[in-house]
Design a binder for this molecule. Sequence first.
Ligand SMILES: Cc1ncc(COP(=O)(O)O)c(C=O)c1O
Length: 392
Amino acid sequence: MLSQRALNITPSVTIGINSKVAKLREQNIEIINLSVGEPDFPTPEKAKLAAIEAIVHNKTRYDMVSGLKQLKNSIVEKLEKENKVSYTSDQIVVSSGAKHAITNALMAVINPGEEVLIPIPYWVSYPETVKLVGGIPVFVDADKSNSFKVTVSDIEKHISDKTRVIIISNPSNPTGAIYSKKELEEIVNYCIEKNIIILADEIYEKINYEGEFTSIASLSDKAKEMTITINGFSKSASMTGWRVGYTASSSAIAKAIISIQGHLVSHPSTISQWAAFAALDKCESDMDNMVEVFKQRRDLAASLFDKISEISYVYPQGAFYIYADISSLRDKLPHNESLSMAFCESLLEKERVAVVPGIAFGTDDFIRMCYACSNEEITEGINRIGNFIKSL
Ligand SMILES: Cc1ncc(COP(=O)(O)O)c(C=O)c1O
């Protein structure tokens, strides 16, 4: 009854954990949920008001498939000012969240059987989206000592005549690592030489605690031509539910994305797009304040993890995750197939703390904790993780 495509897809582990948490909460069991990758701030006031105004003024009809003119122009300005890369508005396509932008982009460039390089650990949806569009995910492992950032020598081992795209999540979900300009230049020059398209997922770009951030497309004209930049409003403007993301790409790819999106969804909700426009135009200080709070939380979470000698972690320079190595617990924790799954299930059962098993990101020796929550939840959650480990 079901298509092979549907049967091939692995359900999202993160969504699975959330439903477990929801069920426990329904039974009035108090849970500290450090699993969801979502800012806990409300959407900035001016963005909300812009959406209300759009409704009141009947800005609720079909509009351009590629997105509202005003929003695309603002995105062009943002990319020029903040990311040092010049696009024209016809190279921007606004979509229903970054997830949708990634799907559009892959649909536009992948033929059935072509390969997409995905560095490990990866964001959970990359391999499944590649499979959905008929591509083949090819995993590239990298060194933990290099915060799992891939290098040309890692990539070279996995290249074939079917390699078409590489996906780079920068800052990374799940590690929070950020590539330097030099590291990116080496990868990008290699991709240009091999004619590999770079899908640069920069959705966490603003949540960057170390200062300078290099957008891949800004490296050179050729880099820009070979790159499809993914960005959006979910993380930077705390607008997860509004579903607004975008691609910036060559005009030819943008045109293909517009055709695809036109048949699939037309365009994202105009109301949400007006809110996103206001977020870009009027809410810069709200976004900066959120990043400052995330940085304090990163420092708090890292200092608490430092006290748990059994685990080490990739020091996060951006995003809002800590990716912690639990391999030293391998002999202490009974498990069949997956150590990280056993860890997370047992932690939830015994200490009522939800985190995501690393197996969902392709590395079973790790767990991912999200610190986009209150200082109290971070402190209590990590203390309980420490207690759990001591009890093993
Ligand atoms: C790396 C990465 N890319 C894309 C997305 C999707 O963002 P959106 O909610 O805008 O679809 C996420 C969300 O978790 C993410 O972590």
